[in-house]
Ligand binder design. Sequence first.
Ligand SMILES: C[S@@+](CC[C@H](N)C(=O)[O-])C[C@H]1O[C@@H](n2cnc3c(N)ncnc32)[C@H](O)[C@@H]1O
Length: 203
Amino acid sequence: MHGPDRDFWQQRFAQRQTPWDRGAPGPRLLQWIEEGTLTGGEHVAVPGCGSGHDVLALARAGCEVVGIDYAEAAIALTRERLAQAGVEAALVTSDVLQWQPARPLDAVYEQTCWCALHPDHWVAYAAQLELWLRPGGRLLLMAMQCLRDGAAVGRIEGPPYHMDINAVRALLPAARWEWPAPPYARVPHPAGWSELPLALVRR
Ligand SMILES: C[S@@+](CC[C@H](N)C(=O)[O-])C[C@H]1O[C@@H](n2cnc3c(N)ncnc32)[C@H](O)[C@@H]1O
């Protein structure tokens, strides 16, 4: 399989080369919490949780959060962040392509884990997201928009890998997911790209 592996991400954290890290929770996540799209008591997963800002925000909102990351350095940073805040969440060092929740999830907050996976893994990852969520559960997906010139001649470049809306729709088809109508308000990303916030419901 192609794309970055666990060591790649582990080294990025160890060398503090984490340009994707906002140093704060995602602004759209905070809005979803404020709007009540995510509410206290819900069982929520954050795949590829990185240094844990989003895990902390969800735990503070009263959600029963599980942060998953296969880079031990990421999990260590998240654990430290939670301890400093005196807040609890479950943390799992695992590959998101293998992990399964003990019981179905109410929601998944997907913030730049999907775009960190080579497209060879996208079919398997989309299947995981569907399997994790209960019917009626929500996938809050920040779809990375980072189209590069090489795509015009067929190059697959990343991470981050561009999440073309047509590819996302094919992997999360309307027959199995309720899609809100576009346009979606793009959210700027610290690495210079932007993200499309998609709040989907698993049918
Ligand atoms: C671009 S970072 C994003 C981190 C965090 N979500 C954020 O926005 O700051 C991608 C994260 O996904 C993790 N990751 C990538 N592939 C993974 C996999 N197959 N299983 C678990 N974690 C993975 C990396 O270790 C890294 O922490």
